[in-house]
Design a protein around this ligand. Sequence first.
Ligand SMILES: [Zn+2]
Length: 69
Amino acid sequence: MIGTPHLVNDLVVYPVSPRLAYVVERDCRIELTTTPESCTCCTFRFNFRHKPGFRCRHIAALRQVLGLP
Ligand SMILES: [Zn+2]
């Protein structure tokens, strides 16, 4: 799992440790740094202020790759 890129829907999830992954959108060149609880995308940063525990689709994809609920 770790160190291998995974395709999840339209996202490429590349876990570098059990707690950290790089996520790239297929149609976008921006590389995001994602953990099971946080993400550097603007959707997460905007929503997290209002909804603690919010999961953007990058977090959801990473949790799927890591086998987390
Ligand atoms: Zn995100």
